[in-house]
Write a new protein. Structure first.
Length: 127
């Protein structure tokens, strides 16, 4: 369990406002990424549209997720609209190509399983 001192909370608030990612903040504060996200949520820090990443500088988060989609509400979502949730009550809406998702989101959600072990090859347990 992480105990947050007042200095850590102040640093979190400052680094969050600067747009650093939760992982980067965690490294600086010597806590996990999840601890940073949880504390930011409990402190009711505003969600951010842009975060600074290590390699690419500032990048808009929704653009990474929706790949050019305009985003639609559930009411405006058509039968052939991608069901990928972008954020609360906002869906991708691009044309479905597989399952319930557009091409971009289908690639993210459907992954190939590793090849099955052959039936003739039994596992050996070492005692």
């Amino acid at each position: 369990m992480t105990y947050w001192t007042q200095g850590m909370r102040d640093d979190l608030r400052r680094l969050w406002a600067e747009g650093l990612s939760a992982s980067q903040i965690g490294e600086q504060l010597k806590v996990t990424r999840n601890a940073v996200i949880g504390k930011a949520h409990r402190m009711k820090l505003p969600s951010r549209e842009v975060v600074k990443t290590r390699d690419r500088g500032a990048q808009a988060m929704p653009a990474r997720q929706i790949a050019g989609s305009r985003g639609v509400s559930l009411e405006d979502l058509s039968e052939d609209g991608c069901r990928w949730i972008i954020r609360s009550m906002l869906y991708c809406g691009n044309k479905i190509v597989r399952g319930r998702y557009c091409e971009f989101h289908a690639k993210m959600s459907y992954v190939k399983s590793p090849p099955a072990r052959s039936a003739g090859r039994a596992r050996r347990f070492i005692r």
